[in-house]
Design a protein around this ligand. Structure first.
Ligand code: 5GP
Ligand code: MN
Length: 330
């Protein structure tokens, strides 16, 4: 991240009469939190704001239902066709914008705010810092530069992005300044106990049977990943339907699978209703799964990454096994 880009980003936001804010499809806490925090701050400055992501129907995952300012959300077809300013958040490449990727061509100016390592450079002004623990860290800095107040509602959005992307302050990205920001947000009144309960400790009952199915079917391959070990499992659309849960409900399955200490890398393949496989990968730190998923058409971070593909489970795992065998060391 260069200082001119930060200054240019602040100038764009300061002068914006209207702004479209877009986060990545299948949004997580950082995507929603960064978008809604910035959206609130801009709206208070008098900017006309639309927030969205590129899926036909916007359904905020139950885990994030507590986030404030959801009245800023509009469906993609209600997003202006040619916005003066488009701000993309937590999105490493145009395809992550889904149905709204076309606004990259029609917007007057595109500001990219992100912390992913990989991805193709797009946009006019890029505030991209891979050392930031979350996109909300960059948004907090922008809000300070704008002199925007970080009140309870904004703080709740920022905190949610921070706690989710650091895995509850456990990942290596959790620096002293992450804790300093968290302290500031708690001082603004954030109820971290309620955030944690909603984000981590609240699942539909059907999640338990989906988790059980994924754990029962889990495979350990000690020789994979150059002898570092791989654990993987998959959930079919039929299994998800039988359990009465959707893709957004089973995000936590990978966090259970990756605890298998014999495996360096954990993989969960989840089948979308249309049949495509959404693949989640996690590394304990020896290999760069972001590079692996990037090469397979996806992206992410060094230790948490994913991709979507149309092959069947066996074909996809064969591809992934090959890629992991020669994966870059992190
Ligand atoms: P998850 O496994 O939790 O869905 O994703 C882990 C990380 O990889 C997140 O940072 C997420 O944004 C990224 N990621 C997951 N799927 C994709 C994908 O299809 N494309 C890209 N570029 N990134 C992905
Ligand atoms: Mn993020």
């Amino acid at each position: 991240m260069s200082v001119p880009d930060r200054d240019a980003a602040v100038a764009l936001l300061r002068d914006a009469h209207e702004a479209v804010l877009v986060c990545h499809v299948a949004p997580d806490g950082d995507a929603l939190g960064s978008m809604l925090a910035l959206g609130q701050a801009l709206r208070r400055r008098g900017t006309r704001v639309w927030c969205s992501w590129g899926e036909p129907a916007l359904v905020v995952p139950e885990a994030y239902a507590f986030l404030p300012a959801q009245d800023l959300l509009v469906a993609p077809d209600a997003v202006p066709a040619a916005p003066a300013l488009l701000v993309t958040l937590d999105s490493s490449s145009p395809d992550r914008l889904g149905l709204l990727a076309d606004r990259l061509d029609t917007a007057g100016c595109v500001l990219v705010v992100d912390h992913h390592t990989a991805g193709e450079p797009f946009g006019d002004v890029r505030l991209v810092d891979p050392t930031a623990a979350a996109t909300v860290v960059l948004v907090a800095d922008l809000l300070d530069a704008l002199g925007a107040e970080i009140d309870l509602d904004v703080a709740t959005c920022l905190y949610t992005g921070l706690v989710t992307d650091t895995g509850s302050f456990r990942h290596a990205s959790t620096t002293p300044s992450v804790h300093a920001l968290a302290a500031r947000l708690l001082a603004a009144g954030v109820r971290q106990d309620l955030v944690a309960q909603s984000v981590w400790d609240s699942n539909p009952f059907g999640y338990l049977s989906a988790l059980g199915a994924a754990c029962s079917a889990a495979v350990l391959e000690p020789d994979a990943v150059g002898g570092h070990g791989l654990v993987w499992s998959h959930l079919s659309d039929a299994q998800l339907s039988a359990a009465g849960v959707g893709l957004a409900d089973v995000e936590g399955v990978i966090d259970v699978l990756r605890t298998a200490r014999e495996a360096e890398v954990a993989v969960v393949l989840k089948q979308e209703p249309g049949g495509a496989l959404r693949v989640s990968t996690r590394s304990r730190g020896a290999v760069d799964v972001g590079a692996v998923c990037g090469a397979l058409g996806g992206g992410g971070h060094r230790f948490a990454a994913g991709f979507t593909c149309t092959g069947d489970v066996e074909t996809t795992m064969a591809l992934l096994r090959d890629a992991l065998a020669t994966a870059p060391r992190a």
